[in-house]
Design a protein around this ligand. Structure first.
Ligand code: ATP
Ligand code: MN
Ligand code: MN
Length: 690
């Protein structure tokens, strides 16, 4: 976008303290317009904005005191001097009354925090190292200029479409020399210590603060190093867990490892539900999360400062490069002077990167070898056995066009009378089982179009491989098919293609000996809901279930595909597979499966089909919420009970999901339980308060 910059002498803020040759400092009001707010903080609101003929993010600070105004000018001066690809770039400003605004390059949501905690993204080791390297370069640039950022956390890291990070939010950034100038007393009484300590969501930011900051010492560039380490660890957490989990799920039995203790799995499932983990390193063998120990903010502060509490790092056996773990540990050393500089960090990351590249070149058969005593050793960095990644890679490979703006726009007339207002949340627990074989996804930002949402649950059996693969492949395919097909066809294709690809992938890995288990036929049931404007589509294969609360009554959006259903039984038999009454119920084939449709289960194809049954409905004011869950819930809680439980729970979808799962566990469900609750009407603030 071509923004005109006035000559430098006249391009300065109202006070004359901020100048720039490249960035216009008081845009004429006609050249921009503020669109919808993206985020509202206690000190500012960020809007999506139009600027000239392009898009921008406009940050409008709350300026209530003279001090706030001084800070605005300080921030603007600082921003005018910055230009680095790893920073969210200031492109314009309006620096005179009545509207003080900062305009930045726009980055599509989600930011890194939402990517991890809402989308539950689990990046590969390569992606983690690449993000860490880019971020380290941006911070090195700032530190060379003598600037400390003071608020590094995933919510302040924006991602472009290639997943390169761009550091944003210079609200607390300062020149180191200016910080030294302020006496500790002075600074404390200024009432706004670093890192959003005084903001509402204290723990969210608190965990990124270095011990010296918690002790109210002065922030140095080494405090940024600490926050950087915690942030990278947060990005990495999910990856470590998925490998760890997968490692046991697929190799545990084979290599004679013990199953992971239930307690660790509890911690894992909390990670997978996006709860920020804080594990006690003092008792390495017994990992406790903050939630279990019910830390208060003060206790957490005390533990970080005086007892060296840090988030748990995975064990190298879990597939994490040991030198990356060591680097993270050095970065969060309690003594700031012991932490490496960003120059050292970049150098170290480059070495790790080279190592990863070298490992990636080893042919696949070499990653499993026989050691002397006949046991099979599994090498580190076993990306190939991560089924999440397999599912994700598959769709990436196939995906030529990334054009999702027009998403199904042809299928609906835009004058659709009713527009549901959505809020969503989920909860997943392995319950009494030793391993977690359920997976789920929530895709609220499916496209530029704001009114297309997708949610899915996959309940694995005979291992978690199919569920892990599908949770990435199905949403990937949906994005890919949204162009020229109807939503129904897209769902259908997504299920069928995921099934086919998974079974092909399994054969490839069996041939290459990456999977050594003989006669292993993992599968999963699947339910996926797609909301396009006022239309709801639910595709189901198996015994997960989705119900609507419609005019106060349960309205089923799925039918259970189990062998005890006569129609399904008939279909399976016709397709040539035996159904027998065994022990307590009807079961399919030699594998004695209870479900009659699924993804995977290659020993039972084609009878146990992946063809989903799709139910479609138009949403109206009568529709209050949608509940989707794996059979772990429905086995013990009826549709009616689900509605009445939500009725007397605070109207917050995450809480409702957790409440339902807890209820199911209390009623004796022996299975993994995953619940997604989507409210379809605005929930009044009063109902949300707890
Ligand atoms: N350039 C941008 N493009 C897209 N989204 C942005 C941009 N800048 C900020 N946002 C979004 O707005 C959120 C808040 O922005 P920012 O951190 O700058 O505001 P803040 O008021 O300082 O928030 P806090 O201090 O609570 O972290 C970010 O987490 C991000 O999701
Ligand atoms: Mn921020
Ligand atoms: Mn901020």
């Amino acid at each position: 976008m071509a923004l005109e910059v006035p000559p430098e002498e006249s391009n300065k803020c109202v006070r004359g303290c901020c100048r720039s040759a490249a960035i216009p400092l008081h845009l004429p009001p006609a050249s921009y317009s503020l669109l919808s707010p993206i985020a509202r903080g206690s000190e500012s609101t960020v809007y999506e904005a139009r600027l000239g003929d392009g898009r921008a993010a406009a940050k409008k600070p709350v300026l209530s005191t003279a001090d706030d105004l001084d800070k605005f000018h300080y921030q603007l001066q600082l921003l005018c001097g910055l230009d680095h690809p790893g920073l969210a770039k200031l492109i314009a400003a309006h620096a005179k009354p009545p509207n003080y605004l900062l305009f930045f390059d726009f980055f599509d949501p989600p930011n890194l925090a939402d990517k991890i905690h809402v989308e539950e993204w689990s990046p590969s080791v390569q992606q983690v190292v690449s993000i860490a390297t880019d971020l380290a370069k941006a911070l090195q640039y700032l530190h060379v200029l003598g600037i400390v950022h003071r608020d590094i956390k995933p919510a302040n890291i924006l991602l472009d479409k290639d997943l390169h990070p761009h550091l944003a939010d210079f609200g607390l950034a300062m020149f180191q020399k200016d910080i030294k100038g302020i006496s500790v007393e002075n600074w404390k009484s200024s009432g706004k210590p670093t890192g959003g300590f005084h903001k509402k969501n204290m723990v969210g930011t608190l965990i990124y603060m270095a011990p010296e900051i918690l002790r109210k010492d002065i922030h140095t560039e080494k405090s940024d190093v600490y926050s950087f380490a915690i942030s990278i660890k947060m990005v990495y957490a999910i990856l470590l867990v998925s490998i760890y989990h997968h490692f046991y799920a697929t190799n545990g039995e084979l290599h004679g490892y013990d199953s992971p203790p239930a307690m660790k799995l509890q911690a894992i499932s909390e990670l997978l539900t996006g709860v920020v983990p804080y594990t006690d390193l003092r008792a390495e063998a017994q990992a406790h999360t903050v939630l279990e120990m019910t830390y208060t903010e003060q206790q957490l502060t005390a533990a970080v400062v005086s007892q060296g509490l840090r988030p748990a790092l995975a064990f190298p056996e879990a597939g994490a490069p040991p030198n990356l773990l060591t680097l993270i540990q050095r970065c969060w050393d309690p003594h700031p002077e012991q932490r490496p500089s960003f120059e050292d960090i970049i150098e170290e990351l480059n070495i790790i990167q080279k190592h990863l590249d070298a490992v990636a070149c080893i042919p696949s058969t070499a990653s499993v070898s026989n050691s002397q005593n006949g046991n099979i050793e599994v090498h580190h960095y076993q990306e190939a056995l991560n089924w999440f990644n397999q599912g994700e890679q598959l769709v990436k490979r196939d995906n030529k066009s990334e054009h999702t703006e027009k998403l199904w726009s042809g299928c609906f007339d835009d004058s659709a009378e009713y527009h549901p207002t959505l809020s969503w949340g989920s909860f997943a627990t392995c319950g009494r089982r030793e391993t977690m074989e359920d997976t789920h996804f929530m895709l609220p930002h499916m496209s530029e179009a704001k009114d297309v949402y997708a949610f899915g649950i996959f309940d694995g059996h005979r291992g978690s491989a199919a569920a892990e693969f599908s949770v990435r492949a199905v949403p990937g395919f949906l994005k890919q098919f949204c162009q020229d097909t109807s939503p129904t066809d897209a769902l259908q294709e997504a299920f069928v293609r995921t099934d086919k690809s998974f079974r092909e992938e399994l054969i490839i890995h069996q041939k290459s000996k990456r999977i050594i288990k003989k006669n292993w036929h993992p599968g999963c049931t699947a339910v996926t809901a797609l909301i396009v404007r006022n239309k709801l589509f639910v595709a189901n294969a198996g015994d997960c279930r989705a119900i609507l609360s419609r005019a106060g009554k349960p309205f089923p959006m799925t039918r259970d595909h189990v062998a005890s259903c006569p129609k399904e039984r008939e279909r399976v038999v016709k397709a040539g597979t035996e159904v027998k009454w065994q022990i307590d119920t009807w079961r399919v084939g030699a594998a004695a499966l209870q479900v009659t449709r699924s993804i995977g289960d290659d020993d039972l194809k084609p009878a146990v089909t992946a063809q989903p049954e799709i139910i479609e409905t138009a949403l109206s004011v009568d529709d209050e919420f949608l509940v989707m869950a794996s059979d772990g819930l429905w086995d013990v809680v009826s549709n009616e009970d689900v509605l009445s439980i939500i009725k007397d729970t605070v109207k917050e979808p995450g809480m409702c999901s957790k409440r339902l799962a807890t209820e199911a566990a209390e009623r004796g469900s022996k299975d993994n339980i995953t619940v997604i609750v989507v409210f379809l009407r605005p929930v009044s603030t009063a109902e949300r308060i707890y």
